[in-house]
Design a binder for this molecule. Structure first.
Ligand code: PGA
Length: 240
């Protein structure tokens, strides 16, 4: 389950150029991999057209809990479903940090996604300061318990994204990422819940990351902006 989060990058014109390079490189990927792209909202319609028939799925980068209403700047599940979006990232550390998203809001977004038939990708992870003060497990457990409350684990992806590893080039050691993903699996209470790792995933560390027993996929930011590098990530070599 390999997802690329483009964040606030890519105009529609750039997205078309990206797709022209990326799609041929992943056309013969192993059938065991699900590939997801999360463009900015403005490029979703373009990408929905370009990805038709490729098997690659679309995700939004956020989702609101209401179907419509006076919520300036928000996007509802209905608006996403209209463009064949299947997934919705919620609780990413950037909206948590810049817009003070709470676990309660994240839970409402994720529930609305599931209620409308979308699969939420719920991000959890500790800051550097929390890791250094030995609060990692407590923080993530709270995010899991509050953020995932009432969700169906069979239609859910949890992304473990240590904040200190996002966009910094510092990857969490794969054994440690695997340990935390195993704890998340236990706290969710469903052995088959899909768990991704995210944070400075690149072509040169993907094989090791995907070799970990509790890591079912990755959520890739910066490295997903390069179509050739992201294709290499999709075509990772590890056989579990
Ligand atoms: P990064 O971002 O791959 O650039 O570290 C990951 C993310 O924010 O999901």
């Amino acid at each position: 389950m390999i997802a690329g989060n483009w964040k606030m990058h890519m105009t529609c014109a750039e997205a078309r150029i990206y797709a022209a390079t990326f799609l041929p490189l992943v056309a013969n990927s192993y059938p065991d991999r699900e590939v997801i792209l999360a463009p900015p909202f403005t490029a979703i319609l373009t990408m929905a057209e370009v990805l038709t028939g490729t098997g690659i799925k679309l995700s939004s980068q956020n989702i609101h809990w209401e179907g419509n209403g006076a919520y300036t700047a928000e996007i509802s599940p209905l608006m996403l479903l209209e463009h064949n979006v299947n997934y919705a990232i919620v609780g990413h550390s950037e909206p948590r940090k810049y817009y003070s998203e709470s676990d309660e809001q994240i839970n409402r977004r994720a529930r609305a996604a599931q209620a409308s038939g979308l699969v939420p990708i719920v991000c959890v992870g500790e800051s550097n300061q929390q890791r250094e003060s030995n609060e990692t497990e407590r923080v993530i457990r709270r995010q899991v318990e509050q953020g995932l409350e009432g969700l169906d684990p069979a239609r859910l992806i949890v992304a473990y994204e240590p904040i200190w590893a996002i966009g910094t080039g510092k990857t969490c050691a794969s054994a440690e990422a695997n340990r935390i993903c195993g704890l998340i699996r236990a706290w969710v209470g469903a052995s088959d819940v899909i768990i991704q790792y995210g944070g400075s995933v690149k072509p040169d560390n993907i094989d090791e990351i995907m070799g970990q027993s509790d890591i079912d996929g990755v959520l890739v930011g910066g490295a997903s902006l390069d179509p050739e590098g992201f294709a290499r990530i999709v075509n990772y070599q590890t056989i579990k």
